[in-house]
Unconditional design. Structure first.
Length: 319
């Protein structure tokens, strides 16, 4: 029975590789800079921010999907006028999905412009490379199809543009992925992984609104949509309540596949930890029910003189 369940997971993983291609996180408000390069450096409270985390899908099953990321950026805060500023950083992630492994590393740049008294328009860019490889321990090397396939390919440049509009209550952003790399084929090699192993361009669109409630509560309702020009988009609804600067809790619904619970806490002044649990509500409910996710954010807060002074609010991760 367990072997049958494992086969089901592998088949689902192959479907995800074809349809999704990009890592997806339940706490996409926390990892906003991983979805859109224009989202990094939006806050002037802190010049430096590091966020890292991981996600294990279908816990308990062999060769289940696993993703991990590290995001870091530095914002050049203006000394006087706050009309525009910019930020630089790096983003690294790994997506292990069955026999497939996808490693990515990007340099990031974003430019932020105050277009009204309370509204910021930002544009950003990821520029980096991807490495696609096969987990050789899971495949039959004597298979002619496997023998003719490359075991690893390096793809570059991988360019991801993004744009974001933000104020204290609202945000909307759009990023475009796989705009310069269209198949799992090496830049200087005729070999590729599989056939045809296409990488269709993807878009990720986010929209959110924050409601200020009594007793220091802030309710965030956010919407995520992603897809390609050939497929129906995937949808996710995320609802979070941020209490004061200490706790956050909420839920998320992703298509007809997952119902999720989210909890975030500020442990010390500027260390925020987020947890998410996803319950499978599709055909994998019985063989693979559970998915877990954790994210950790470190964001020192400074005043304009550069002296450490303030505390990081949990809801800073959403804007």
């Amino acid at each position: 029975m367990r072997r049958i369940c494992t086969i089901i997971i592998l088949i689902a993983s192959l479907q995800i590789v074809v349809a999704q291609q990009l890592p997806q996180y339940t706490q996409f408000l926390f990892n906003k800079a991983g979805y859109n390069p224009a989202a990094a450096g939006n806050s002037l409270l802190s010049p430096f921010e590091v966020i890292f985390g991981g996600r294990t899908q279908y816990i308990g099953m062999r060769n289940n999907p696993n993703v991990a990321f590290l995001s870091a950026h530095y914002t050049f805060i203006p000394q006087r006028a706050y009309r525009n500023w910019h930020s630089v950083g790096v983003y690294v992630d790994q997506d292990r999905n069955g026999v497939f492994v996808d490693n990515s590393i990007y340099l990031r740049y974003s430019l932020h412009q105050l277009i009204t008294k309370k509204t910021i328009l930002a544009v950003g860019l990821f520029a980096g490379l991807k490495q696609f490889s096969l987990n050789s321990s899971m495949i039959d090397r004597s298979d002619p199809v496997v023998a003719s396939s490359a075991k690893s390919v390096l793809i570059y440049p991988d360019i991801v543009p993004g744009i974001r509009l933000t104020n204290k209550k609202f945000f909307a952003d759009l990023s475009l992925w796989q705009t310069t790399s269209f198949r799992q084929k090496g830049f200087f090699s005729s070999k590729q992984i599989g056939s045809p192993s296409m990488l269709p361009p993807h878009y990720i669109f986010n929209l959110g609104y924050k409601f200020f409630l009594p007793l220091e509560n802030k309710l965030m309702i956010a919407f995520n949509m992603r897809g390609t020009y050939k497929t129906m988009p995937n949808f996710e609804l995320n609802v979070m309540n941020y209490w004061y600067t200490r706790f956050a809790y909420g839920f998320s619904v992703r298509d007809r596949n997952f119902v999720c619970g989210i909890f975030q806490i500020r442990i010390i002044n500027n260390l925020i930890v987020g947890f998410a649990y996803d319950l499978s509500v599709n055909k994998l409910f019985r063989p693979a029910t559970h998915t877990g996710e954790i994210m950790i954010g470190i964001s020192p807060i400074f005043d304009t003189s550069g002296e450490k002074k303030l505390k990081s609010a949990v809801d800073e991760c959403s804007f």
